[in-house]
Design a protein around this ligand. Structure first.
Ligand SMILES: [Fe+2]
Length: 295
């Protein structure tokens, strides 16, 4: 078995609905960049889209946050057929420990544990990061509030089960890297800075932390930790594993540093079912090895 990902055949695992059951015309407009409004949040029938910013500046005009282009959707729990089909499928398909308890409480009561990522470009090197530390989980849980609705929620998932909705199924790749101790220390310190700032913040959306205020090369924010200056960390990473193509569903270790190359550069849309925060990657692989991960 690969170290950082688990692949399934389309016979073993597939979504119980098509992209056209999920997307309305409005969703397609947004995904293909034809929605030119400035709204940050776009509500459609089944999804709330949050458009990624390319940067965000503070009141002094300093750029404090960089994220890749694209959009991220959260799958809404609706009193409709699609939601019923979805939940029945989740419960019939995955081990009960898998079933996500993400996005519960606070603002999140009406979301399924699903994120839908839209990319038009390669991702930066990042981790999401698969948090299983009991203290951090407790801290996040006790900070769920209305005014802090955007926070490190999905960082607590060790993995996601990825289904391709749109994009290159042959030429896209994901690279996984081993990193030096020095880089790992930097990641942990920056992540801690982020949690400290987020816990104290009144709002939640634009909280972010960088490793070095004067020469930032690494950043932590709501959903992930990422490199913002490749050159600074290039010598600290060794690519250890590459997943080629996206012809069938797979899970990946979100807690390891990885980078997605979108292949032919067309729009890539991935439906990601998140694991529950109680499962770590080692246990997920054990479940897979003993044949109990899927029912
Ligand atoms: Fe990722």
């Amino acid at each position: 078995m690969s170290e950082n990902f688990i692949e399934f055949s389309n016979e073993e695992l597939s979504l119980p609905f098509t992209i056209d059951d999920l997307f309305t015309d409005e969703d397609y407009e947004l995904v293909y960049g034809n929605n030119t409004s400035n709204e940050q949040l776009v509500y459609t029938k089944n999804i709330i889209w949050c458009r990624n910013l390319t940067s965000h500046t503070n009141e002094n005009g300093d750029e404090i946050l960089k994220v890749a282009k694209g959009a991220t959707g959260l799958f809404r729990n609706r009193p409709n057929k699609l939601s019923r089909i979805f939940w029945e499928w989740v419960k019939d398909t995955y081990h009960e420990d898998w079933v996500g308890d993400l996005f519960h409480g606070g603002y999140f009561e009406n979301f399924a544990p699903v994120s839908i990522l839209v990319w038009n470009d390669n991702s930066p090197w990042h981790m999401e990061p698969g948090e299983t530390d009991a203290n951090i989980l407790k801290n996040i849980q006790s900070n769920i509030r209305q005014n802090k609705w955007w926070g490190p929620w999905w960082r607590v998932s060790t993995t996601v089960c990825n289904f391709r909705l749109l994009g290159d199924d042959k030429n896209s790749t994901i690279h996984f890297a081993d990193i030096t101790d020095e880089f790992y220390e930097t990641i942990l310190n920056t992540r801690q800075k982020f949690y400290d700032k987020w816990t104290k913040a009144d709002g939640g959306f634009f909280v972010s932390a960088v490793n070095d205020e004067n020469f930032p090369t690494f950043q932590s924010y709501g959903d992930s930790d990422q490199i913002i200056n490749d050159e600074a960390w290039h010598n600290h990473m060794t690519v250890k594993e590459i997943k080629n193509g996206f012809e069938s569903p797979f899970m990946l270790n979100l807690g390891n540093v990885h980078r997605v190359f979108v292949g032919d550069q067309s729009t890539r849309v991935t439906f990601r079912l998140h694991s529950s925060k109680t499962l770590d990657w080692k246990t997920i692989k054990e479940y897979k090895n003993t044949g109990i991960l899927l029912k």
